[in-house]
Design a protein around this ligand. Structure first.
Ligand SMILES: Nc1ncnc2c1ncn2[C@@H]1O[C@H](COP(=O)(O)OP(=O)(O)O)[C@@H](O)[C@H]1O
Ligand SMILES: [Mg+2]
Length: 392
């Protein structure tokens, strides 16, 4: 039989792929927000997508363009993607803000995460790859740069961040008429600040019983809604292993969440990629990048041993179509730092500390930089939120 010619992509499939593109400010996908003006597909699989921005000079322009391109390219049968950027007229903009307002009121559950905070979840296809170690070290490195970094330990039963960050203490949860009353535990790092919430801080009998009754998802929801996070530049979320309920719940509650996927060198890249991409698609979450952990071990003589193989991170990043943000070598100092509650990235220069620092730097300058929101829709959105906030 002659090979079947590749079918032209299906318009519905392209639209569904576009639902994976989230406007991080408005916290919804660009299809739902009606920012997709048109989708044109020709016989050869060339796709032209026209996207209407709220403001032509929107700082998110490049990110949206990259994201649209990557998502649509992944649709079977697509041979090329062109993105045309337009600008909304005042009526369209008005309609968009009305939808955002409606959503804020009726749709997505309220949460205490400020609109300007970038939310990055550290995820993986399987456990034990170093998600928590990466979260602890990135958080510490980012705070060391003077940032305020929230850390949400969403590994409800397998929490390890209190130990890794050297935080002990108790927080108690209570919902009052004046709003939520859980304060995160704080730790100063250089001129920055960590704000951490973990199941490990809820150790009292009564609370433990109360919390045990909650489904995993509800526990995370509690952390998002009932913690008084206050202002934050970033919120890092340490995910439980796998691709289940918590992931989907997070996608619903905080659709602007971006995923950093941690993998180890030998993992069968395709299998993990498929799982992660599937999770991201179902939840319409953006995958921001891949981190390879437990890469080659370098001995004191400078000889490098790829104990666990090599190239897994690179392969996975290529599969998913996102950057490999960095590789962290295998080093017992990572585990030791975790055990004494002092992330290795703070222990002074070493190949492993430098690797974590470089990843943090790339994250904040390139992969998920803080967006200067003043020229963008966020200002409008913030006004909407203030107008809706019963506390103000
Ligand atoms: N780069 C590394 N070098 C050496 N040990 C590591 C490294 N990354 C993680 N570990 C160790 O591997 C184990 C699993 O890491 P952890 O961060 O708890 O993974 P996860 O959160 O994905 O389950 C821990 O004992 C941790 O100290
Ligand atoms: Mg963990």
């Amino acid at each position: 039989m002659p090979p079947r010619p590749l079918a032209a992509p299906d318009a519905e499939a392209v639209r569904n792929a576009l639902r994976g593109v989230i406007d991080p400010e408005l916290g919804d996908n660009i299809v739902e927000l009606e920012m997709v003006r048109s989708v044109h597909i020709d016989q050869d699989g060339q796709v032209v997508v026209e996207v209407a921005l709220t403001v032509a000079g929107c700082p998110l322009r490049a990110q949206l363009r990259d994201d649209v391109t990557a998502r649509v390219k992944a649709v079977p049968g697509v041979s090329g993607v062109k993105v045309r950027m337009g600008e909304m007229n005042p009526e369209e903009r008005g309609a968009l803000m009305a939808r955002a307002r409606w959503k804020a009121r009726e749709g997505a559950p309220a949460n205490e995460i400020p609109a300007r905070t970038r939310v990055v979840a550290i995820a993986s296809g399987k456990g034990g790859v170093g998600k928590s170690s990466v979260t602890a070290n990135l958080a510490a490195a980012m705070a060391g740069r003077g940032l305020t970094v929230g850390v949400l330990d969403a590994d409800i039963w397998g929490f390890s961040l209190p130990r890794m960050l050297g935080l002990e203490g108790r927080i108690s949860g209570e919902r009052t008429d004046a709003g939520p009353k859980i304060m995160p535990l704080e730790k100063r790092v250089g001129s920055g600040l960590l704000k951490v919430v973990s199941m490990g801080f809820l150790s009292g009998e009564d609370e433990a019983i109360m919390w045990r009754g909650l489904m995993l998802n509800r526990a995370v929801q509690h952390f998002l809604e009932d913690v008084r996070w206050g202002d934050m530049d970033y919120l890092l979320i340490d995910m439980p292993p796998g691709t289940g309920d918590v992931q989907m719940g997070l996608a619903r509650m905080l659709p602007r969440t971006e995923l950093l996927v941690v993998t180890t060198p030998p993992l069968a890249a395709q299998l993990v990629a498929a799982r992660v991409v599937d999770m991201a698609r179902k939840g319409y979450l953006r995958v921001a990048g891949v981190i390879e952990n437990m890469s080659a071990f370098t001995c004191e003589h400078g000889v490098s041993y790829p104990l666990f193989g090599s190239g897994g991170g690179e392969r996975l990043a290529r599969e998913v179509g996102v950057p490999l943000v960095g590789s962290v070598p295998l080093d017992p100092a990572v585990a030791a730092g975790g055990d004494i509650g002092s992330p290795v990235v703070l222990a002074g220069p070493s190949p492993v500390a430098d690797a974590f620092a470089a990843i943090a730097e790339r994250l904040v300058t390139e992969v998920s930089p803080l967006v200067e929101m003043s020229g963008c829709t966020a200002r409008m959105l913030e006004r909407v939120e203030v107008a809706l906030d019963p506390k103000s």
